[in-house]
Write a protein that binds this ligand. Structure first.
Ligand code: BES
Ligand code: ZN
Ligand code: ZN
Length: 509
């Protein structure tokens, strides 16, 4: 079949160009940085103490040049050598964390945009263990150089070829194991970014199903996709309702990972996969927000990306995923305000706003996850502008019916520096979702929009412990910011990996 020139233009186009980049870069823990062959060497410097060996400038000289070793600050030292030397601020040595190391590594990479072969020296990892430090440094380096450029004639970014890490006094084997993990988790985030950055007509629900099948083959998980007729047979009225106005078919993409040995537990992940959200008949106002709505599948992207890491990290849990994929378009066939949709399981929902489509597409997936008998469900969705208004672009909104599960997600959010903040699932607002004609309405009142959306989803999880991440704010960044690159952030992939890899059932008590 010949393709339209507006789809998948370059001959070698892949929806996940980062896979090639991830394969091409070497990352090594070394005893001695290979100075001669490197384009740039970064040296971490703390706010107090002597300046590290190898830096010709003492602390006063660095300060005179305006470098105080604040976290994220860098100074490229002038010199005639072919290898650039960069001091990289890491803040107070006593307050060193893996998040500071990740940020510092990213700052170094951004200070030397043309360097392909780089080395980073860390004089002390403080109380961070060697593996965690090396993992964070690798993630920082690899994610800071991320760029989505497969559709550009001239790539803007120099791809990394070799990264050397030298960690003074750290156990080399542990550090190497950390690097191996960091490569896997950074690759997952890059995959999630690629998928969300891809133009909407280049990545339809059907295309995503094809991509998922390829990734499953390569990274060792099962993928089954359900087309429109199969969704009709399964009674998935939510996903079908949202899809009605679209020229593209919907897909529900079901992912399955089983560990080698006995499984520690079974986690269900449900992702919102709105490939493009125009708002439907409740058309969004024509503002720059439209441009971001190709990323309305960011939740599905991070679930799919998380699966690419499970086998390589030796995950001990069984993990199942449901990606609910369609675009949301206005047309003569589109679902209308006042329509009533029937979810899998029979719950009826009156549509009061076709732009509150995410919860409708998700409801069938949540029911299917409970039917599968998972021990817990975590869903992730670019669900409400209200989450962005409440917490901004740095922090996702977190809700749940099981505090132990919510606590697990919070711990993973802290560990990966993908911040999430719990908001109350206030039952008093539940009546805002009452409908005169159906069991539920898809629209709450004017306030607490993230909470009423969460309350809507809660109707479909039964007794299964459930947590919900609203990533409308964190799905993208307006500018490069440490390891977060401008555009899709891939938020959620690393956090979900952290929760899923050794998941065990939660007990409420
Ligand atoms: N996809 C949007 C939410 C969104 C907004 C994501 C901004 C990322 C950035 C969602 O489908 C939506 O339109 N939600 C509506 C719900 C409302 C109609 C109840 C919203 O938040 O305005
Ligand atoms: Zn919407
Ligand atoms: Zn949406």
């Amino acid at each position: 079949m010949t393709r339209s020139p507006n789809k998948l233009v370059p001959a070698d186009f892949s929806a996940v160009p980062s896979l090639h980049v991830a394969d091409a870069v070497q990352v090594a823990v070394v005893d001695e940085l290979g100075a001669g062959a490197l384009d740039a060497i970064g040296v971490l410097v703390h706010t107090t103490g002597e300046s590290p060996a190898g830096i010709a400038m003492d602390r006063e000289a660095l300060a005179r040049a305006g470098f105080e070793a604040k976290p994220g600050s860098t100074l490229v030292l002038a010199g005639a050598e072919p290898t650039l030397l960069v001091v990289v601020g890491a803040g107070s040595a006593d307050e060193l964390t893996d998040a500071v190391l990740r940020d510092a590594a990213a700052a170094f990479v951004r200070a030397v945009p043309k360097a392909a072969r780089i080395g980073l020296r860390v004089t002390s990892v403080g109380s961070v263990d060697a593996a965690a430090a090396a993992k964070a440094l690798s993630e920082g380096v690899l994610l800071a150089r991320y760029r989505y450029d497969p559709l550009k004639a001239i790539a803007r970014e120099t791809p990394l070829a070799r990264v050397e890490l030298h960690l003074d006094g750290a156990d080399r084997a542990a550090a190497s194991a950390g690097v191996a993990e960091g490569r896997v988790t950074a690759r997952a985030t890059a995959i999630a970014r690629d998928l969300a950055n891809t133009p909407p007509s280049h990545l339809t629900a059907t295309d995503l199903a094809d991509v998922a099948a390829e990734l499953g083959e390569r990274f060792g998980f099962d993928v089954e996709s359900y087309d429109k007729q199969e969704l009709i047979d399964m009674g998935c009225g939510g996903l079908l309702g949202v899809n009605a106005g679209s020229a593209e078919e919907p897909r529900m993409i079901v992912l399955g990972y089983a560990p080698q040995g006995e499984s520690s537990g079974h986690l269900g992940l449900v992702g919102k996969g709105i490939m493009y959200d125009s708002g439907g008949i409740s058309l969004k106002p024509s503002d720059p927000m439209h441009l971001l709505m190709k990323m309305d599948m960011g939740g599905a992207a991070s679930v799919l990306a998380a699966f690419t890491a499970l086998r390589d990290l030796g995950a001990t849990a069984s993990v199942s995923g449901w990606l609910m994929c369609t675009d949301n378009m206005p047309s003569g066939a589109a679902y209308k305000l006042g329509d009533v949709l029937t979810a899998r399981g029979g719950t009826t929902v009156e549509v009061k706003n076709t732009d509150a489509e995410g919860r409708l597409a998700m409801m069938d997936g949540l029911v299917l996850a409970t039917e599968a008998g998972v021990d817990a469900i975590i869903d992730i969705a670019t669900l409400t502008g209200a989450a962005l208004m409440a917490l901004g672009p740095a922090t996702a909104a977190l809700f749940g019916t099981s505090q132990p599960l919510v606590d697990r997600v919070r711990a993973a959010a802290d560990a990966t520096d993908e911040p999430a903040w719990q908001l109350p699932l206030e039952r008093k607002y539940r009546k805002q979702l009452d409908s005169d004609v159906a069991d539920l309405s898809n629209l709450g009142g004017p306030y607490a929009g993230a909470a009423t959306a969460a309350l809507f989803l809660a109707e479909f999880v039964g007794e299964t412990p459930w947590a919900h991440l609203d990533i409308a704010g964190t799905m993208q960044s307006d500018a490069d910011d440490a390891w977060r690159s401008k555009g899709a952030t891939g938020y959620g992939a690393r956090m979900l990996i952290d929760v899923a890899r050794d998941f065990t059932p939660v007990t409420d008590g």
